[in-house]
Write a protein that binds this ligand. Sequence first.
Ligand code: NAG
Length: 290
Amino acid sequence: MVILCFTTILIFINLILKSEASIYKDKYLLNQPKSKDFEIIDIYFRPYSCFTQGLLFDQSRRQLTESCGWQGDSKALFTKFDEQTSQVLLDTQVNMEKNHFGEGITILNQDKYLAMTWKDRVFYMMDRQTLKILSTEAIPNEIKEGWGATSNGTYVFITDGSEFIHFVDPSSLQVLKSLKVVSQKGTPIRNLNELEYFKDKTNGKDFIWTNIFLQDSIAKIDLETGMIIKRVNLKVLSDVQEAYIKETNPRLVGYDKFNSVLNGIAYDEIEDVFYITGKRWSFIFKVKLF
Ligand SMILES: *[C@@H]1O[C@H](CO)[C@@H](O)[C@H](O)[C@H]1NC(C)=O
């Protein structure tokens, strides 16, 4: 009887989540405003909580991975998509030490992920096969704090809240150079946060997409010059999140504004789509950028 009850409750919860996810999916997907810069092509409900500080799509595992911050709750979450219920579900959870604050995560090399901490001065190395933590390594002094990370095999690119992207050698973990990021007028752009490396296949040029702390837009940086060549306003995404909170938990509207901002860009090369989310958002968006 107890088991039967429990199963019924589980089915019920599943139904709620399913309908909730698909209601929002239909509502927001179909009614999105037309943009010349992007299109939301799917929306996944995120039933777990993550203070997203890093987002990564690993081609070889075909898996979306989140790095979540907050002292006592820092972890890497390896996920799977459930297309049936339009949810992104937890597959494997790897906890950081209780006193560490997790930040960006990226592929270090064939065998390892590198996950950062904010002010704790250590990188975590994780095994790409077993997902186990292998070691921690010192963050070099040039990097003031751990913010965002991405990589392309040659370098790990790291931000620290300043206007610089640090180019880190994946073997020695030393900073080889630091690129100053500027607007088209030459103004340094600070608070560069979560990063995503992007190679334009039509001309072989290297770019990094970044989100800038507390902004709803993402920016495309030319890796040769450090210049921001494009900005895409994604306020529509945070509007969806806000509308959802308004409907489901109105007491929380406007609560903790600085901590619920857009953060997290991951690129799936095969499908040519970006996954974008925000800190503790209820959704992960699948987006085409034009
Ligand atoms: C990675 O990006 C850097 C900077 O643009 C470039 O020099 C290097 O050739 C790239 N590596 C690969 C494997 O594309």
